[in-house]
Design a protein around this ligand. Structure first.
Ligand SMILES: [Zn+2]
Length: 548
């Protein structure tokens, strides 16, 4: 079909969806659509409206084109990438119906808790209309009111079985004056030989991209932009605060540059930090393909809030490599219908937790004192809470789907974040000590990127072991046994590693943990090598970079 006609029909149909939502019927368009009975789109369309913002309900019309079977099945995800537990978003759907393009009801049967079968009756296009309750503010939820549309499409967008890889568009019927922050590009096409962008309409190459692209829209969004290696990074804020953009730009530029200098290239051509700042205490970030969604508070916390912002932002940015592209093979592709078990979350979250703060120190954003304080936090969380747990890290990774995000029973599980970060630290310092800093965990991450992330083929736990031992130049049976696959106590191994860089963890008789910097000149030299930047550019460039 010619572009012009397709676009014309797209515009008209967008208009119709608005009308349908408000229950007004316009006969002309009905006739028009009967005449153009064959499907005209090559993409799935999600039309999103909010008629009563205070009710927190979204109204979604999901249009499925090119239907050619007697039945189709539609699925709402049961979980979201970044949090490996079943969340059952379908419980937030209040009503649902399927209609033909001419408005006739089609039979729709629920066949699992979040899957429906529609009898298509020979229709080439099916619309599913439903409402979704969007009233939760965390980094993986959706929330709408008079002032804000905060959307995670994974919560409420369905896909059609067998067609998850087809392109999608999202039409947002936003209030006037709202700006949109989202990693998805604006939908555009050529009309009369003129490239035309469609207001408040976004495009995704497939369902995976759509649901990996959260969105903030409001009339009071604040933003700033900085550039590293010609890649624009955009920081968006919604909330009751006045950001110190100069300081933010300086510090974000530093850690972004350090990460890219370490990994040698960035996986995306643009990146968005989406921040929702609440009046109440909150700390939550979720990684996405070319963006991250961060929810922090309270908005009047000052320096504490700023340190949280730095810590979570550096962590989430490193996920742009580590899991978004360097993906455990069990998660490639995501199966949104059920648990996707994997044993390597200690690589996904452990290495990312370790690197999030390490990059801040190496980039000069954190001083030694701040960095040691962060290391001490992981140590306290692990040794004061779960030092005697019966599970290994690999088993706790597998069981994320069971109890990964709750306190759990005593002495059962370990944190893939905290113990994961500590074993990443042990490995990094071992590799550095053995090679006089010639090799490190940086080499492991780069090889994972080159062999698995860049080609996007997914790695197995054996691949990680192989790469680590290749960098080490030896078998590391002790490491896999003591740190990853059993519940051996970690304290001795950790202090052996820390001694190399002049740090020591002490456990007091009441179980409290403290990390100290030792007065040891030789170890201080090693510590400085461990924590030095990998960037070759002059420090003076720092202040100018973010002002472009
Ligand atoms: Zn993470």
């Amino acid at each position: 079909m010619k572009h012009e006609r397709r676009i014309l029909l797209f515009i008209i149909n967008s208009f119709i969806y608005t009308i349908v939502t408000s229950n007004v019927k316009i006969p002309f368009f009905g006739l028009f659509l009967v005449r153009s009975y064959t499907s005209v789109y090559s993409y799935m369309i999600y039309n999103i409206s909010v008629t009563d913002p205070e009710s927190h309900f979204l109204f979604i019309t999901y249009t499925i084109p090119n239907v050619d079977s007697e039945f189709i099945e539609i699925q709402l995800p049961a979980w979201r990438p970044g949090r490996y537990e079943i969340q059952n978003f379908a419980k937030n759907i209040q009503f649902i119906e399927a209609i033909s393009r001419s408005g006739d009801k089609l039979s729709l049967d629920k066949i699992t808790k979040d899957r429906w079968r529609i009898e298509t009756k020979g229709e080439s296009e099916v619309q599913v209309r439903y409402s979704y309750y969007a009233a939760i503010q965390n980094a993986g939820s959706s929330y709408v009111d008079n002032e804000l549309w905060y959307l995670n499409f994974i919560n409420f967008c369905m896909y059609t079985e067998g067609r998850i890889s087809e392109p999608c568009t999202v039409k947002l019927n936003l209030p006037n004056g709202f700006d949109v922050a989202c990693g998805l590009p604006v939908f555009w096409d050529v009309v009369d030989n003129i490239p035309t962008a469609y207001a408040n309409t976004l495009a995704a190459s497939d369902f995976y991209q759509l649901v990996d692209s959260p969105l903030l829209a409001s009339a009071t969004l604040q933003k700033c932009e900085y550039i590293v290696d010609e890649i624009p990074f955009i920081i968006w804020m919604h909330g009751n605060l006045k950001p110190n953009w100069e300081r933010i730009k300086r510090d974000f530029t530093r850690f972004s540059r350090e990460q890219i200098a370490t990994m040698k290239e960035f996986p995306e051509d643009r990146y968005h930090f989406l921040n929702l700042i609440l009046p109440t205490a909150f700390y939550h970030g979720v990684e996405h393909r070319n963006s991250t969604m961060i929810v922090l508070g309270p908005d009047d916390e000052g320096e504490g809030l700023y340190f949280d912002l730095l810590g979570v932002s550096s962590h989430e940015l490193f996920h742009a490599w580590n899991i978004i592209r360097i993906r455990p093979k069990e998660l490639l592709p995501y199966d949104f219908t059920k648990e996707n078990y994997f044993r390597t979350c200690f690589v996904v979250e452990g290495c990312t937790t370790y690197y999030g703060d390490l990059f801040l120190k190496r980039a000069g954003v954190f001083n030694l004192e701040s960095y040691v304080k962060e290391l001490q936090v992981y140590m306290k969380r692990h040794f004061e809470n779960s030092a005697n747990s019966s599970q290994s890290l690999a088993d706790s990774s597998f069981d994320l789907w069971l109890d990964g995000y709750e306190k759990g029973i005593p002495n059962r599980k370990v944190s893939v974040y905290h113990k994961g970060a500590l074993v990443a630290l042990i490995l990094d310092l071992y590799l550095r000590k053995k090679s006089s800093h010639q090799n490190s965990l940086d080499d492991v991450m780069r090889l994972l990127w080159l062999r698995f992330g860049k080609p996007f083929i997914g790695y197995a736990i054996e691949d990680y072991i192989y790469i680590v031992e290749e960098v080490a130049g030896e078998s590391l049976e002790w490491y896999w046994n003591d740190c990853i696959f059993t519940s051996e106590p970690l304290e001795t191994r950790l202090n052996e590693a820390l001694a190399f860089v002049g740090l020591q963890m002490t456990t007091f008789s009441n179980g409290n943990i403290q990390l100290n910097v030792l007065d040891d000149f030789r170890a201080q030299i090693q510590r400085e090598k461990w924590l030095e930047t990998v960037q070759e550019i002059a420090e003076e460039d720092d202040d100018d970079e973010g002002k472009e």
